[in-house]
Design a protein around this ligand. Sequence first.
Ligand SMILES: [Zn+2]
Ligand SMILES: [Zn+2]
Length: 461
Amino acid sequence: MDGSAARALLAAALLAACGGPSADDTLATALDESAALALAGVTILDPVNGASGPSTVVIQGDRILEVLAEASPALPERVRRIDGSGRFLIPGLWDLHTHLADADAAAPALLVTQGVTGVRDLGAKLDQIEALRDRIAAGELLGPRIVRTGPTLNGAQNGPHHRVIDSAESARQAVVELLAAGVDLLKTHNATGGEAYFALLEAAREADLAVVGHVPTTIEPTEACAAGQASIEHIATLFEGTYLSRFESELEAFQSMPAWLESDAPALVACFAEHQTLFVPTLRAYELRAERAAVWDQPDPRWRYLSADSYRQWRESAEPHEIDRRPDVIRLRHSLVGIGLDLVRMLHQAGAPIGTGTDLSSGGLLPGFDLHAEVRLLGRAGLPPRAALRAATRGPGVASGGDPLDGQIVGGAPADLVMLRADPFADLAALETIEGVVLRGEHLDRGALDRVLAELEGPHP
Ligand SMILES: [Zn+2]
Ligand SMILES: [Zn+2]
């Protein structure tokens, strides 16, 4: 049954329950055979469509069937009713930049406990990310919806899951093969040369696949935007290539960044707004880099939810060097985050889309928790809470394997939702008050989420 037929039948059932033919008659026809769920009396905070007072969200299968503007409507008896009164409902969060196949085995479940119901995976060995998706789809593993690029397309083999494209021909061939493999979008990286890059964009456009990722170092960021790269990742990618080449030293380049905000950023911002290029700054990753020594000296207690192996690896690989403790270096690293915050504010004011991503992999990022930190950083940049939540729930977009109704709480939208005890439109700190998560139509209440966390918890750090 399609969405509108289902809604019409539900409406009939609700009428019936209010005094028409007996509710029993309509039960069989109102909803299909699968279990249905109603979040009743909840305040809806839809970052796209706005807030609405106590309402009831009816869910069937993995979709929202209907949103009723009533706190306690009559419902067919077999609809399981969950009391949402005094609670706030937002769309599920998205981490738009992960490498989940390289992350801790606990990452998928941990993401869900923090309300992250979708990830855009930007670089993995295809068989590994497919295996993860399959296990999640089969219900063997609790985890988010995954849209994925598979291998990173780069001009050089700079990582284990990179696939080299060093000519127009090899770029076109990669698109053909990855399209056949069923990927949702394509990722490019720093070392891709101009010829391969533009051939990639053209072949991807013909195949209806978005190209996202870093700006290749020989390409101007505005050029990448104008050429149709759909999303640009990491604040640093704007400075690693053509910008850096203008200076004698990295230090000089760093010190000139505030001037860049006035000289170069306006044209870039205008281009992002015109082309609706998504910018995913991954600010938290850079903040953590600045805080490297501090976080190593005082490990976050939430490391206990990751495996002891991951923790040990991080202790060994992230031990700060002398340079990481130098106040001037720490200041410079923080200044990159500050430039990112200023740029994000300019993009928001110009109407360009911003997305939240963490670059979650095997490093020091904490699954889900650091996505919340990224949302708070957008707040610090000056985005009103509703705009920051829009960035955190928008999803990857239709051309990248997303659903057209991702990020909305309306009939037909994916039933991926987060229920909170406090109002995040008033204060983003409300993200720390998760009362329940709906994942593909399955409701996990606070007790269920706590049981997942208890199972993951180890004695470290
Ligand atoms: Zn990257
Ligand atoms: Zn990455």
